[in-house]
Design a protein around this ligand. Structure first.
Ligand SMILES: C[S@@+](CC[C@H](N)C(=O)[O-])C[C@H]1O[C@@H](n2cnc3c(N)ncnc32)[C@H](O)[C@@H]1O
Length: 279
């Protein structure tokens, strides 16, 4: 089946649809990328051209296709302990002071990995909390993790990763926190149950007016997703996320993302690290 570049009207239609449903902004420079990614859906569905695909999307009967389209359009790249500086900051400025102030009292510590993709970020946080709170059983920690992509969430929930994708800051953490696959699972590692049980995955669109969490977080990781949104969507999201932070809590965005030029109520701690004021 021959698939040409997507036509302008179809490209406009797909861009608007994707923006409306996910906030992802696709400029004119993304046409080739979108053509390639949408071609996957055409092949999968046996649809001959982009016009027919758009026609199918327009019919109300085909609302089920929109999540599939978002899945192929969104970039899901991630890895374990990505942007390590955030973890170093977390240890020094958040986890150690929190643990030493516990003084035997039971307290909850919760982190949200918003836009968690296939789970590597959420499990990195969980492994890191397990390490840093190992001597503080009174600390009841957990990680909430969410993404718009159901395909990524399925992978995340399974917690199985190709061995070559699992790079950890300390070699000892591999056997401590992962099961090493044997026989048909050789070459794969699975996050151990004690870590998986602390991480809860949710299907969530960051454009939603509200998020389904009844308590607030000490830390929110919202990394490497803001870059796909336009300025207005970024601003609305930052204001919403701030409502889900405890006073003094931190918002971490990707190293290449910046809130410069966005009006928000957070204090800049250093590039890509923001704190909600105590009052
Ligand atoms: C590049 S990955 C970032 C993963 C991880 N945070 C990291 O930094 O490695 C971006 C993720 O954002 C998700 N995403 C895009 N738009 C979204 C939206 N509107 N709501 C929730 N997640 C979204 C994508 O599905 C993708 O998994």
């Amino acid at each position: 089946m021959l698939m040409d570049t997507i036509g302008d009207p179809e490209y406009q239609f797909i861009c608007q649809l994707v923006h409306h449903h996910s906030g992802i902004y696709l400029g004119p420079d993304k046409k080739e990328l979108v053509t390639m990614r949408v071609a996957k859906r055409l092949r999968h569905l046996g649809i001959p051209d982009y016009e027919s695909y758009c026609e199918m999307l327009r019919t109300t009967m085909n609302k089920r296709e929109i999540p599939e389209l978002l899945d192929v359009i969104s970039t899901n790249f991630t890895n374990f302990f990505r942007e390590m500086k955030h973890f170093e900051f977390l240890k020094k400025s958040v986890l150690t002071p929190f643990a030493t102030q516990l003084n035997g009292t039971k307290k909850e510590f919760s982190v949200w990995s918003a836009a968690c993709s296939s789970g590597e970020e959420a499990y990195s946080i969980a492994v890191f909390l397990a390490e840093n709170f190992a001597n503080y059983p009174q600390c009841d920690w957990h990680v909430e993790a969410s993404d718009i992509s159901t395909r990524m969430l399925l992978k995340a929930e399974r917690g199985v990763y190709a061995a070559k994708r699992v790079e950890l800051p300390k070699s000892g953490w591999l056997r401590k926190y992962f099961q090493i696959g044997v026989n048909q699972w050789a070459g794969y590692y699975r996050v151990k149950k004690e870590i998986r049980s602390r991480v809860h995955f949710h299907h969530l669109n960051l454009l939603q007016a509200e998020f389904p969490f009844s308590s607030k977080f000490q830390v929110i990781f919202c990394r490497n997703v803001l870059i796909y949104f336009d300025r207005d969507t970024q601003r609305d999201l930052i204001l919403k996320l701030a409502n889900y932070l405890l006073p003094g809590g931190y918002l971490l965005v990707g190293h290449s993302e910046s809130l410069t030029g966005i009006q928000h109520n957070l204090q800049v701690v250093r590039p890509s690290i923001y704190q909600k004021p105590l009052k």
